[in-house]
Design a protein around this ligand. Structure first.
Ligand code: MGD
Ligand code: MGD
Ligand code: MO
Length: 762
């Protein structure tokens, strides 16, 4: 191995200094102009004390066998051998399948796991469970729960909105005005699912500003845009009202592009009746919007005129759809851009997710990527991913989803590899009760996350740095080799080896491995992929020696450019082939919470509603600047931002003063669902009555046996509501929640989130 081997994470490539079986130091790869600070979490992560050293079984499960249990999360564990683990797990899977059918296994396994496509945990677990005869699966993501359902219906795609979005270079060269709902948070552009080797957003914005480009940011946080911008801080959750106010000005001042609406869209007339108040008597005017969002009406009017006069992109961050009625903001953002008539023109039109992820604005590959074949799931039962607690708590009940009426299956075994529901799911006290109902919880993870602590069968995985793999991401031009940097920690194993042994015990070993080692799979998938390319690439051995391979990309894209040029030849995948400002299909579902055109619905968790009388602060639970989700929370970038060992909650000086809270105080954040401690940071770069507590502090209950205990570390998902966006998508609504904050007066409890549970030897 070279002295400083290179590898890759979701947030960037690096070269590593390796010593004593761990990563000692990392340096970003040359060519990355704006490396992610998250790289700072890597040193010391392989041998961190929160690693799972070996296979473990929960005491109660081992003694009493499978069954519902409220001891999950509070019990001790018993260390077992790999032999025993494989035996117990294979026997339990066989029992569940034989007694209850394959549908009784929930193999959703949502989560980001690590970069590296072969060992990608979801690919491995789903392939394994398919060969076992299938499993109940999940659709869509916590990232894009609402978008993933609404946008295919109204613009015929959702992932092309990011993967074939308008190139940063085009924005830098052609756009005059970027109107950003949810800002353009550079902290978020560090990451890309599958890995990333470059971060061009900041430089593109520098060039854009250098040409005189302007940024208008609607966001509760000033620092959602780095550097100069026109900052508007509306009441959180009111973007749809603001967009309606803007649309009203376009409609009534003859600024809407009637030609484009006529040739490329359907249903504008139906929407306009709503906009002008023809049916309900309520004109959605700037004055109407101002009363809801708290911004001056004349500024909304002035902005609408500017948008029509200039080359403008309307961009909507993903956070805006992770709220109740989250379908509306991206749909209305698209509608507003359609009214401006600039969709498909270079530097104009619509964006979704600039400032949410690295991928938007990056040119897509001109080719596919090596892929592990997945097979077909013989079970057709599924849930929208964020309905996991609903499903576990309500087997047999029916619910609406995307025009279908579905039934929750009766789950006996929850199988998780590569994700952390105690990071991603809302209302953790409810999640704990849901997990208590099943017979068996299986978790593969390298770390003792709260999810691993709630498992019955704990399977210690390796990290991406203890095995061989390669990257793969549609909007990254480099295929990176990921050599093994260090030997696997203690008795951990990669998920492939675990599943191969299980498959062998269950009688389909040969089918699962096809007789290949992991290294042979890497070579095989690479060779299969390269044989289908229309250009030459080096042999696998050569690629592995080179360490990386640059692939061709499609530069200079404009979102929907083809469709604009020829809406017939490039018809969209919607029923009409056009942008659906009114959707007959959605209207036909008759949902009270999602109409046939974009609509303002009052949220439940917002400052304008009744709930704010009891919980008067609007908590923004956004993505952490210091880590990816809960990953490597113990690392130094993450730890250095904690306050008294807790996650930092930002408060406006006035809100802090009103509560006698000073910078550096430990505070209690609470509502009727739960409570957590956090460390106060006083900052005037946020709107009054807004507090910000990012996700990702590992859940740490004061008393693990009490399912209502407060989290002493600052996980906002003890507070969030586990309710879907609407009957259409049932996406996660974790971005917003109303809370109250008080200075914490008791003795400050220790943070034990990163300590392993009690593990007995036999
Ligand atoms: N309140 C609120 N909640 C949110 C959000 C929000 O905005 N607000 N955002 C949501 C969003 S957008 C997302 S995407 C989710 C993210 O939720 P998750 O993706 O579930 O969060 P991660 O912490 O990335 O979990 C990945 C887990 O995989 C493990 N892992 C890494 N490599 C491997 C491997 O090789 N094998 C195995 N078996 N495991 C591995 C890591 O240790 C980690 O525990 O959170 C959601 N939750
Ligand atoms: N550093 C880091 N980057 C990440 C991640 C991470 O964990 N860490 N996670 C990645 C993942 S999986 C995803 S899906 C994306 C998510 O991307 P997003 O969902 O866009 O990310 P957030 O940080 O939750 O939200 C972006 C900003 O929207 C603003 N905002 C919140 N509510 C409102 C509102 O009602 N109105 C307006 N106008 N603005 C609002 C917040 O101030 C927030 O900072 O981020 C990705 N990037
Ligand atoms: Mo996400």
């Amino acid at each position: 191995m070279p002295a400083r081997p290179t590898s890759l994470t979701h947030w960037g490539g690096f070269s590593a200094e390796v010593s004593s079986g761990d990563i000692a130091a990392v340096t970003p790869l040359p060519g990355d102009d704006d490396p992610s600070p998250l790289l700072g979490n890597l040193p010391g992560s392989v041998r961190h004390r929160s690693r799972i050293a070996g296979p473990a079984i929960r005491r109660g499960w081992l003694d009493d066998g499978p069954g519902p249990s409220r001891r999950r999360g509070a019990d001790e564990f018993v260390a077992v051998s790999w032999e025993e683990l494989t035996d117990l797990l294979a026997t339990e899977l066989r029992r569940v399948v034989d007694t209850h059918g394959n549908e009784a296994i929930y193999g959703g396994s949502y989560g980001w796991a690590s970069a590296g496509r072969f060992h990608h945990a979801q690919s491995q677990v789903h392939r394994f469970l398919k060969m076992l005869g299938g499993y109940t699966y999940s659709r869509h993501s916590y990232s894009l729960g609402a978008t993933g359902v609404i946008m295919p219906r109204v613009v015929g795609t959702h992932d092309d909105l990011f993967k074939r979005s308008t190139d940063w270079d085009v924005i830098a060269a052609r756009t005059d005005l970027l109107v950003c709902f949810g800002g353009l948070a550079m902290k978020n552009t560090g990451t890309n699912h599958g890995g990333t080797t470059a971060h061009p957003a900041r430089d593109a914005l520098r060039r854009f500003r250098g040409r005189g480009g302007r940024i208008v940011s609607f966001s509760p946080l000033r620092d959602d845009v780095d550097g100069e911008c026109e900052w508007y801080a509306p009441v959180p959750g009111t973007d749809v009202a603001i967009m309606l106010g803007l649309a009203y000005v376009l409609a009534t001042e003859r600024l809407a592009d009637r030609g484009f609406l006529e040739t490329h869209c359907v249903g504008y007339d139906r929407f306009e009746r709503y906009l002008l108040g023809a049916d309900d008597g309520v004109a959605k005017s700037p004055q109407w919007a101002a009363a809801i969002c708290g911004l001056p009406a004349d500024e909304i009017t002035a902005l609408a005129r500017r948008m029509a006069a200039q080359r403008t992109i309307v961009t909507v961050s993903w956070s805006l759809q992770r709220v109740r009625h989250g379908e509306q903001a991206p749909w209305l953002g698209l509608t507003l851009a359609a009214m401006l008539g600039q969709i498909g023109l270079p530097g104009g039109g619509f964006g979704h997710g600039y400032g949410s992820m690295n991928e938007p604005g990056l040119p897509p590959l001109r080719c596919g990527l090596p892929r592990l074949p997945q097979g077909i799931n013989p079970v057709s039962t599924f849930i929208p991913v964020a309905a996991v607690s609903d499903m576990l708590l309500h087997p047999g009940e029916t619910f609406d989803y995307n025009g279908m009426r579905l039934t929750y299956p009766d789950i006996r075994c929850v199988y998780w590899a590569g994700g952390n529901p105690f990071h991603h799911h809302q209302n953790i006290p409810r999640l704990r009760r849901a997990l208590a109902r099943v017979d068996t919880v299986v978790v593969h993870d390298p770390y003792w996350t709260a999810m691993a602590k709630h498992a019955d069968i704990v399977v210690p995985s390796t990290t991406a740095f203890e095995r061989e793999d390669y990257s793969g991401s549609k909007n990254d031009p480099v295929l990176m080799a990921m050599p093994k940097l260090v030997e696997p920690y203690a008795d951990s194993r990669d998920d492939y080896t675990t599943f191969a042994a299980l498959a062998d015990r269950l009688g389909f070993g040969e089918q699962f491995t096809e007789g290949r080692t992991a290294r042979q799979w890497l070579a095989h998938l690479y060779e299969k992929w390269s044989a289908e390319l229309d250009f030459a690439v080096p042999t696998f051995e050569q690629f592995w020696r080179d360490g990386s391979l640059r692939l061709p990309t499609e530069r200079g894209l404009t979102l929907l450019g083809d469709f604009r040029a020829d809406p017939v030849a490039h018809r969209l995948g919607t029923p009409s082939g056009r942008i659906e400002i009114f959707s007959e299909d959605i209207a036909g579902f008759g949902y009270a919470d999602c109409a046939g055109h974009p609509t303002w619905f009052e949220p439940t968790e917002w400052l304008g509603g009744e709930r704010a009388a009891t919980y008067p602060l609007h908590l923004v639970a956004n993505q952490p600047a210091t880590r990816l989700h809960g990953q490597l929370d113990g690392g130094s970038t993450s730890q250095s931002a904690k306050v008294v060992g807790r996650e930092a909650i930002r408060m406006h000086p006035d809100d802090a003063a009103a509560r006698g809270v000073a910078d550096g105080d430990v505070v209690r954040v609470f509502n009727d669902r739960g409570a957590c401690l956090a460390g106060a940071v006083i900052d005037d770069r946020l709107r009054r009555s807004v507090v910000q507590l990012p996700t990702g502090a590992w859940f740490d209950p004061a008393d693990p046996a009490d399912y209502d205990a407060m989290c002493v570390h600052g996980n906002p998902n003890v507070l969030t509501d586990d309710v879907g966006t609407s009957s259409l998508a049932r996406g996660s609504t974790g971005a917003h929640v109303l809370v109250q904050v008080e200075k914490f007066s008791g003795p400050i409890p220790p943070v034990r989130a990163h300590e392993p549970p009690v593990i007995r030897q036999r």
